[in-house]
Design a protein around this ligand. Structure first.
Ligand SMILES: CC(C)(COP(=O)(O)OP(=O)(O)OC[C@H]1O[C@@H](n2cnc3c(N)ncnc32)[C@H](O)[C@@H]1OP(=O)(O)O)[C@@H](O)C(=O)NCCC(=O)NCCS
Length: 146
């Protein structure tokens, strides 16, 4: 039986396991990803909207941990791209909680690219997530403080 050949880039669509932290970087990213030709803009660099979607995913991972359940994105604050991202580079998204409100969690996400062994800041953003119940309405977050 003939093997089905797939384009190489499909086989390379791999979200790397965030537990496989680089020896150069002891931090634990919420998301680490290698971006592909399908994610490029007309200039051949990675499309900014792709990076923003991973910022949202990384922040959501952190926010749902804090909220103890589902969250939705209500606001993403200013996103400034300082460096382009190239196809095949390893991009890491580090998420840190900056504020827990009654129903909302604000998470700061730093985005860095590993460029020839150096970690280069690409962008950063603060995202506000809201904990929601089964009807999609805001749900108070248990703070654990009693
Ligand atoms: C998020 C959503 C449930 C909030 O509902 P709401 O009735 O506006 O809720 P509230 O006014 O009670 O605000 C809830 C929390 O969000 C915060 N919030 C609301 N709008 C905000 C904004 N623009 N910026 C920052 N925080 C905001 C409030 O301060 C509040 O936080 P707190 O409880 O910690 O004080 C509702 O707006 C929604 O469903 N939005 C769509 C979410 C979505 O689908 N996101 C994916 C993008 S397509």
């Amino acid at each position: 039986m003939r093997a089905v050949r797939r384009p190489r880039w499909i086989l390379e669509t791999v979200l790397t396991d965030s537990s496989k932290t680089s020896p150069r970087d002891p931090r634990d990213p919420a998301v680490r990803v290698v971006l592909l030709p399908k994610d490029t803009n007309q200039h051949g660099t990675i499309f900014g909207g792709i990076i923003m979607s991973y910022i949202d995913i990384a922040g959501g991972v952190q926010a749902s941990r804090i909220a103890g359940g589902p969250v939705v994105t209500v606001a993403m604050k200013e996103v400034v791209f300082k460096q382009p991202v190239m196809v095949g580079e390893v991009v890491s998204f580090y998420a840190e909680t900056v504020r827990v409100g009654r129903t909302s969690v604000t998470v700061h996400v730093d985005v860095e690219v590993d460029r020839s062994g150096r970690l280069i800041p690409v962008t950063a953003a603060d995202i506000v997530f809201v904990a929601v119940d089964g009807n999609g309405r805001p749900r108070p977050i248990a703070t654990g403080g009693g």
